[in-house]
Design a protein around this ligand. Sequence first.
Ligand SMILES: C[S@@+](CC[C@H](N)C(=O)[O-])C[C@H]1O[C@@H](n2cnc3c(N)ncnc32)[C@H](O)[C@@H]1O
Length: 280
Amino acid sequence: MSKDLDSFDTKATYSDASLDYATAAEEFWGFVSDDTADLIGPRPGQRVLDLCCGPGPMTIRSAERVGAHGYVEAVDILPEMRAITRDRARERGLDQVTVRHGDIDELPPGDASFDVVNCSLGLYFAKDMARSLASFWSYVRPGGTLAVTTIGRRLFEPVLPVFFAACRAEQPGMGTYLPWVRTEDPDVLRALAAEARLTGVHVSTRDTPMPLPSPGAWWPIVHGSGLRRLETELDPGAQDRVRRTCEEWITAHRITQLNVGTVRLIATRGRDGVPYTVPA
Ligand SMILES: C[S@@+](CC[C@H](N)C(=O)[O-])C[C@H]1O[C@@H](n2cnc3c(N)ncnc32)[C@H](O)[C@@H]1O
């Protein structure tokens, strides 16, 4: 495991951020689940496993697609996130959703019973990513699909470098390690897929321009993401100065959108041992 990963307290970061992340998951990150759902298209009656479900953006989309005769199991390590997903499913009358505790470092071996296994924005928290990927695969039935989406290069450009510089100006030597850099290179996902012996593998990258409606819209993104870990290392006065520095820079440079790079791995388990190939 990366020594750096130890420096990122995932549980503290995301339990603090759960409510802000829940808002951001719809308003900002929702496109990841929209794209994934469109690509792998859970169909009526299917069984979906959503790992690292967070506040459930993909859980809810999947449940709406599989309908009342389908089944969606949502798994997360944090009770705060599970509670949000459970409430969202309940509010929508999606009784086909079951939410349970699970740690992707310690998943029990799967029974190859899911049509779709999804992990959006979560694999990079695993201690041994190849091992976790192999365990995800064990839940995919023959003919089923595994989708793993991670964050790619050029995240939040052009504002993120300004945020980092402002944090370091307040606290020289501050570490700005974020776990998602582990998988920002698509070749890393390809190598992990090979190590985990996945079949029918297709890895793609995408840059999505996301609207930044106002300079003030940047800070909720910090609050509702892993960047919050850096913010909480600063005292309130420093946080305020970093926020103002970013907002002034965004205003001066007339920034109205942010880039969000994603990397997506799709693997499909062949029937009768014949690997399925994703069409080009
Ligand atoms: C960035 S959020 C992604 C949430 C959601 N999948 C989405 O697309 O918005 C990462 C989630 O992974 C969960 N998580 C982190 N480490 C985990 C682990 N070892 N096992 C299970 N869940 C984990 C966190 O609690 C958090 O809810």
